[in-house]
Design a protein around this ligand. Sequence first.
Ligand SMILES: [Zn+2]
Length: 86
Amino acid sequence: MATVYTSSEHCPMCSAAHGWVGLGRIVYASSSKQLVSWLDEMGLPPGRVRTLAIEEVIRDTPVDGPAPEFAEELRALQRRYRGFTD
Ligand SMILES: [Zn+2]
């Protein structure tokens, strides 16, 4: 069974696809909840699709994340992606 490693937690669509095809464990570095918090901090609205934790979308799949040791680096990447230069 495949383990999927990803920088960001799956969106609800990807979680559902992951579950439907029966992939295995998911390991992610930053959560959807963190992303929404970082967007808010940048004064930006959340995306149109609501965030849901992977476990709210699929069951019977081991999920590990977020990884706190990568939080600050990923927050900085999200800011840079959106044009913030600090
Ligand atoms: Zn997705």
